[in-house]
Design a protein. Structure first.
Length: 714
């Protein structure tokens, strides 16, 4: 046996050993240093699979990127796009992130720039890298930065290729949070630095990148009301109970990710207001704590929105709104949610949701405008027109107008159509890279849109666009389903001598609201025919088959076939069509002049007969199997009395089937209600019998009802 082979003659599986140094961490920190980035991460792609897994992160806690630790290559995020398209992906700021990647922006609505690149080797894509900069980074990536990043990823790819060729595995590594820099302790010495901070008249504490308190002076402990010993080693919002609020934690996240100083005012119970100022760096955050006046005193009337102590929409609110948008179904659901939850959350007093179709804007819904005509001016506006709504859609860029003067200066035509509002946001709604419309938010007073507010509104617009795109598709399918259903069922019942008739049909509320239940009334002098049936299923296939059966029954009736033969012919047709669906059916040949009816049944629920004296009888007719099962099946017929005043109730199982209720009890209950109807008009009787089904929010099955009453002719 030669070397390198097992006893079976096969080559042994390669033995993989881990690399002997933190390959990924070194590559990432080197890359960040070269371009001045403050955070980043490396993703690896196991084999050629459809997943990217975060292997190491630097500069920020992993909790910041928790939703994206393991992502699909098809996900709408920068690192996945970099792998799919094998190119560098650049996002220059918060507004661009909100416009292109709303799912990220709604969780991290902070000012920062990001670059994502594939780790592309000669044979395959090994993974991806992203790095971030503070929001102060220029909106474009410089040539030097682009070159440094590209070269660093090429080097990393070569190292991964070499490791693979040597059967060495590259695994996840410990995250790098403490990117240490020299500081005041290097100049003064640790002891003197601590003494200096202790002498300050205001509170000072230091947080590491994970938010844990590594230092706090006595003034900070006194202001926070917690001893220094209990502060050290704990996260600020965990150690101080009244700071345990997602809003305050979010300010820390905002400072760390944007690397910009930020502040907020918090109430220490019962009535002490504190001002907390956060100064971030790549090693953590320094917090300055001082007493503050009441919020009403600290915000003068002319303060700009950026100085507000709270955010426009907190992260928890944004996630809640995003979740609510995923539950919307129709366009009106989307309009209602935006009006009821999103507009109040962002302080808007009115909104209009516009759709883009066939080169024009169309009003899909509105709320808060005092007169409809104020919104109608948007309807059918050409996308080529010089209006802010059309520009937002065609260019895909949001427009914010802080005052009427601002709007009219750019769009003079708006001077002739005032709407009573004083500020506006025109947000393009873009889904899957194409415009689906615009959302117009109107404000009663002049409104300054801060950078944070613009980012939040833009990211919410991206979520609204995705919900609206789904809703528009649903509405199209809904209209198609209802149109198909209406075309397959008789638009009205014909007038027959000696017979009064009415019908009801209710589709199932699940799926496309289309089903296989059908009914018909066919005049065929001197007799007539009535039919009701149920094709299994609640979809287009069932509806199409239902239409074929109804047409076949009409044809066989017209040529004069007897009831049993009509059922046999329809059964053979259904089998010849090769459908895997079955159908139940009840067919009646009506002879009102003779006061009788001949019936044939194929697995259908038994009809009810209410006599003129009010007694109700269940007609347990002889019958055959469901249509579409046995080509040789026979369908015996039964003759029943149908004298003046008698009412026949034909129905499908959706009218009687209720979870937990025996079918015989349900039929008996339907018969009782039919008996109690008396001699009321047939329309009222029909409404009463389907009443609870018509008002139900959810119907698991279609409901069809056909009522026939024998009346004196003439």
């Amino acid at each position: 046996m030669s070397d390198g082979q097992t006893s079976s003659g096969q080559a042994p599986a390669p033995v993989w050993t881990p690399v002997d140094r933190p390959l990924l961490s070194l590559a990432l920190t080197s890359m960040m240093d070269a371009v001045g980035a403050h955070s980043g991460a490396v993703y690896l792609r196991p084999g050629d699979g459809p997943v990217l897994e975060m292997a190491v992160m630097a500069g920020l806690p992993r909790s910041f990127a928790a939703p994206w630790e393991r992502v699909g290559v098809s996900a709408p995020i920068p690192v996945a796009e970099a792998v799919r398209e094998r190119r560098l992906v650049w996002v220059g700021g918060a507004e661009e992130m909100a416009r292109r990647y709303p799912r990220i922006a709604v969780v991290l609505p902070y000012p920062f720039a990001l670059a994502a690149l594939p780790v592309l080797g000669p044979s395959r894509v090994h993974g991806a890298v992203y790095v971030t900069w503070p929001g102060s980074h220029p909106p474009e990536l410089s040539d030097r930065e682009r070159r440094e990043l590209t070269t660093a990823c090429e080097r990393l790819a070569l190292r991964l290729e070499r490791a693979a060729s040597e059967n060495r595995s590259v695994r996840a590594e410990s995250d790098l949070l403490d990117l240490s820099v020299s500081g005041v302790s290097d100049t003064l010495g640790p002891l003197e630095a601590a003494r200096m901070v202790a002498r300050l008249p205001y509170g000072m504490c230091s947080l590491d990148v994970s938010g844990r308190i590594t230092f706090a002076n006595e003034a900070a402990a006194e202001l926070l009301g917690v001893p220094v010993g209990e502060l050290l080693g704990s996260q600020l919002w965990a150690a101080v109970a009244w700071l345990n609020d997602p809003l305050y934690e979010e300010r820390y996240r905002a400072a760390l990710l944007s690397q910009e100083a930020t502040s907020f005012v918090a109430l220490r119970p019962p009535s002490h207001w504190l001002s907390l100022r956060l100064y971030p760096s790549t090693t953590g955050i320094s917090v300055r704590i001082s007493r503050a006046r009441a919020v009403s005193e600290t915000r003068p009337s002319d303060a700009r929105a950026e100085d507000a102590p709270t955010r426009l929409v907190s992260m928890s609110q944004a996630l809640s709104l995003a979740g609510a948008l995923t539950e919307t179904v129709s366009v009106q659901d989307v309009v209602g949610l935006v009006a009821d939850e999103i507009a109040p959350a962002v302080g808007s007093q009115a909104l209009a949701l516009l759709g883009a179709r066939a080169g024009r804007l169309h009003v899909l819904g509105h709320h808060g405008y005092p007169e409809p005509r104020l919104v109608e001016r948007f309807d059918r506006t050409p996308l080529s027109s010089p209006t802010p709504g059309a520009h937002a859609v065609t260019h895909g860029v949001p427009a914010f107008f802080e005052s009427r003067q601002h709007l009219e200066r750019l769009y003079p035509a708006r001077r002739s159509s005032p709407d009573g509002f004083a500020a506006w946001a025109f947000l393009p709604l873009i889904a899957s890279g194409r415009p689906v419309g615009a959302c117009v938010l109107a404000y009663a007073e002049p409104h300054v849109f801060s950078t944070h507010e613009r980012a939040v509104l833009t990211s919410l617009a991206g979520l609204i666009a995705q919900a609206l795109d789904r809703a528009l598709l649903y509405d199209v399918k809904h209209r198609l389903a209802h149109g198909l259903q209406a075309a397959l069922l008789p638009p009205s019942l014909p007038s027959l001598a000696g017979i009064e008739a009415t019908a009801r049909y209710l589709p199932a509320t699940r799926g496309m609201e289309i089903g296989g239940d059908f009914y018909d009334l066919v005049p065929s002098a001197p007799l007539a025919a009535a039919v009701i049936g149920d094709v299994q299923g609640h979809n287009v296939t069932a509806a199409g088959l239902m239409g074929q059966i109804r047409t076949a029954v009409r044809a066989y009736t017209t040529v004069g076939q007897e009831p049993g033969e009509v059922m046999r012919s329809t059964n053979r047709l259904l089998i010849d069509l090769g459908s895997e669906l079955f159908a139940s059916c009840l067919y009646l040949r009506l002879d009102p002049a003779a006061g009788r009816a001949v019936m044939a049944r194929a697995g259908h629920p038994p009809p009810l007969l209410r006599r003129a004296d009010g007694r109700v009888r269940v007609l347990d007719l002889a019958g055959g199997p469901l249509l579409g099962i046995d080509g040789a099946a026979a369908y015996p017929t039964t003759e029943v009395e149908l004298t003046t005043g008698c009412v026949l109730a034909l129905y499908t199982d959706g009218l009687i089937e209720t979870p937990g209720v025996d079918i015989e009890d349900a039929v008996a209950e339907l018969g009782r209600r039919l008996g109690e109807a008396g001699n009321r008009p047939l329309e009222e009787v029909a409404d009463d019998l389907v009443g609870r089904h018509a008002t139900a929010e959810e119907r698991l099955d279609d409901v069809a009802l056909l009522l026939l009453r024998a009346v004196a002719d003439g």
